[in-house]
Design a protein around this ligand. Structure first.
Ligand code: GLU
Length: 443
């Protein structure tokens, strides 16, 4: 069996971190099994779907490196839905219903008031041709329900949640088409999954009860029922279902200097029993991806954890990978010198300013004046092509007896204007002789 997964967003907004995670897991699973990863644009809702969101979805996936093997669009498939729908109507698996929303609400309340499950009573199934003709003559257009097979318990072995069981008679026959002819998501999705050979449906656990109905739709349409993985949802760092998560998308992460590899490394493992590790290359994440390792409890998405992971990713990136995002002048040696100090690539400019100057050095402590004057004199005659920092500090140690912080800190301050920063041995050759002499000449 060739694995086929699909990520099926509705283009009614931009992707948030939960959607990105679902997309990633579809991609990882397909890659793990040498399968196909589809992007399906669920744009049956012509009013709410917007082309700019389709573009944004594509761009976000591209930024993450999750390139679909093919793209499908539901809006291009209405003829197909019509044909399959007609078949289900002919088979008696889809039937017209005429209740208004208010009537349905009333029925629901009555059932709940009696302590009964609020399951649709199928009154529409009892209508005669005459009843229907009369209603339609009054201008009432039907909506359409899928008739669940009540005799069958619906079971599946969820890849995340384990064995699942629903009693069909405790579910309402789901509405699959509105009175205006527009489609609800349930049926087109199943028609697509069958036609596109989808083998695994990977989505959030908010779809679990849809799955119960959809499994019967697969069968009614003569399709093979795919595997299902319903993932626990994400919560915010504070452990609650957070509104904020719903607004965290790629734009936010990019502005915060987050690299796609960091987002991938976190979202691939969050909610699993495996450690989150800073993989620059997704290969180990693909190789270890397994729905069986995901827990059923909501996973906590913590931006502070992402930021830390991001720094560990940045520390591994090669100059080639970042060159076009660096201020001009930072060559491979410069990048390697400042890289360990960065949380984000954008910070490279700050550290590079330390090399290129001008720097604002703090005033020199009185007890360091002679020391720095001596450093200046020594720096004049150093071999700058070798390891000037080592040579300078060795000579200063020998002549002044200083070591440790009193040796290093005044030099760092004078040469960089800061108390902390990149390794001076890497930095000093980049600062170079002329600028170093200028900065040491404090007296
Ligand atoms: N368009 C649906 C959604 O965004 C797709 C769900 C699914 O993966 O089947 O919720």
């Amino acid at each position: 069996m060739t694995v086929v997964t699909r990520f099926a967003p509705s283009p009614t907004g931009t992707l948030h971190v939960g959607n990105l995670r679902t997309a990633l897991h579809n991609w990882l699973f397909a890659r793990r099994h040498g399968g196909t990863f589809l992007l399906r644009i669920d744009d049956t809702d012509a009013v709410r779907s917007e082309e700019r969101f389709v573009d944004a979805i594509r761009a976000d996936l591209a930024w993450m490196g999750l390139i679909p093997d093919a793209e499908e669009r539901q809006s291009a498939r209405f003829d197909r839905y019509e044909a399959r729908f007609a078949q289900l109507v002919a088979d008696g698996r889809v039937y017209p219903a005429y209740e208004t929303a208010q009537e349905l609400e009333l029925k629901r309340k009555v059932l709940l008031g009696r302590g009964l499950p609020p399951v649709y009573d199928r009154a529409a199934l009892a209508l005669t041709d005459e009843d229907r003709a009369k209603l339609e003559a009054e201008g009432i257009r039907p909506h359409w329900r899928f008739r669940l097979d009540h005799d069958e318990a619906i079971v599946w072995d969820d890849l995340v949640r384990g064995p699942q069981r629903f009693e069909a008679r405790l579910l309402s026959d789901p509405v699959v088409r509105r009175a205006d002819g527009s489609w609800l998501y349930l049926l087109p999705s199943v028609i697509d999954d069958i036609d596109m050979g989808v083998t695994h449906v990977v989505r959030g656990e908010d779809h679990v009860s849809n799955t119960a109905s959809q499994i019967q739709m697969f069968t009614a349409l003569g399709g093979a029922v795919p595997g299902f993985a319903h993932e626990a949802l994400l919560t915010g760092a504070e452990g609650k279902l957070s509104k904020r998560l719903g607004s965290l998308g790629i734009d936010h992460f990019r502005a915060a200097g987050i690299e796609p590899q960091a987002l991938i490394a976190l979202l691939a493992r969050l909610g699993t029993s495996d450690p989150v590790e800073p993989f620059v290359d997704p290969a180990p994440l693909i190789a270890t991806f397994d729905f069986g390792r995901f827990g059923r409890a909501p996973a906590r998405f913590d931006e502070a954890e992402l930021a830390q992971l991001n720094a560990r990713i940045v520390h591994q990136l090669d100059h080639d990978a970042v060159a076009d995002r660096l201020p001009s002048g930072i060559d491979a040696a410069g990048w390697e010198a400042i890289r360990p100090n960065l949380n984000t690539i954008a910070e490279a400019g700050d550290w590079w300013a330390v090399v290129e100057g001008p720097i604002a050095a703090p005033p020199v402590d009185a007890e360091d004046r002679d020391f720095l004057a001596r450093a200046h004199a020594l720096a004049m005659d150093l071999d700058w092509s070798g390891d000037p920092w080592r040579a300078l500090t060795d000579a200063l140690k020998a002549t002044t007896g200083r070591k440790g912080k009193p040796l290093f800190l005044p030099l760092r301050r004078a040469l960089t204007g800061r108390d902390h920063g990149p390794d001076m041995a890497a930095l000093l050759p980049l600062i170079g002789k002329d600028r170093a002499l200028e900065r040491l000449a404090t007296g």
